[in-house]
Design a protein around this ligand. Sequence first.
Ligand code: PLP
Length: 430
Amino acid sequence: MSNVFYRSTKSYPTAVRAEGVYLHDAAGRRYLDGSSGALVANIGHGRTEVAEAMAAQARTLAFVHGSQFTSDVLEDYATRLAAFLNLLDFRLWAVSGGSEANESAIKLARQYHVERGEPGRYRVVTRVPSYHGASLGALAASGMGARREVYTPLIREEAWPKLPKPDPSLSGEDDADRLRAVLEAVGPESVAAFMCEPVVGASDAALAPNPGYHARIAAICREYGVLFIADEVMSGMGRCGAPLAVRLGGDVTPDIVVLGKGLAAGYAPLAGVMASADVYRTVMDGSGAFKHGFTYAGHPVSVAAGLSVLDIVQREGLVDAARERGAQLLAGLQALKNCHPHVLEVRGHGLLLGVVLGDPATGQAYPTPGLAERVATAARERGLLTYPGTGAVDGVRGDHLLLGPPLSITPDEVKELLNLLDGALTDVPD
Ligand code: PLP
């Protein structure tokens, strides 16, 4: 018997090694990693360069506590990351995962307003659907029924007002203007921040608003004194074919940008909050300390992994590669849509792509979700890993697959991915 607490009753193969876009299990099976795990392995697997950077850091300085020291690797990384993201006067708060990072961003936004003498601002407006993390604050911020419903007695709902999801039939500006109604309804003077995923991940299959949305959101936030937090845990770091997805539809600089997943691309637990100079200075010139902290914040070995991953992303031009391979994959998915009627829609940016599944007769999701799981199982049996999900809006669940292979995937490997998915969709007719 195993002593491992598994995530569910399903059986898990034992992964033994991985390189490039492929993972291998103990039974000798090979899997094409079509989803980079959960959109994590941006530079592909098995990069010894990253392992060596981590080992060198572990040998020199494995750990310092953030209340006692900074480190050269953290200082270098913060500078390099700010330049890469073109967030030049921003400060990096480095943590271990996306949920921790969003908890940090939410608490920072709240503290910012307290420091400014507006303690009445505490609400954080987010969208339905959305996913911001599994810890209770990040989960409260999330509009994702399936992952949330068991825990709702622990959530004070009035603190987390919700905006509807982006509506592609509206212009980006008109769509964003709907934020005003939510702010007015709850009283804008009670709102600390608005947070959204620029390209939606697990909850809504790479749904993105039209151009102009984020710039208008930023303007409305400024007008009402509300901070704009972009949760780029999944969409950032080049995944969508730009360093930050929030800038895909026009130039915009949020007050806080949250990163994770592709930051250290799975080589180490690493996520981060990039806070604007205004946010940082308000706290430091006020009480002088962020009233929050995690033991492993700024962990030197994780940060060394992040620095090495960033070297590879820049040296190999993986942001451009995400755009090019993403266009190839999206075109291939459009072709599959024409052959498989239960593929209702394909969409996304760069290598964050969504395949929306449902009933071709109605053009809507099936009332009982499960199709995405079945297609993902068929794909896995053929040697392709995908990231299935069921979004939930107003109680209606929709089946979808997220696709997001490593940004280093080759054109031939994209073709292989498409062939395997074609087979899986054929195996599961509806
Ligand atoms: N934010 C977004 C947009 C995510 O997609 C996720 C994870 O899927 C998170 C936050 C939470 O990150 P983590 O699972 O690393 O805590």
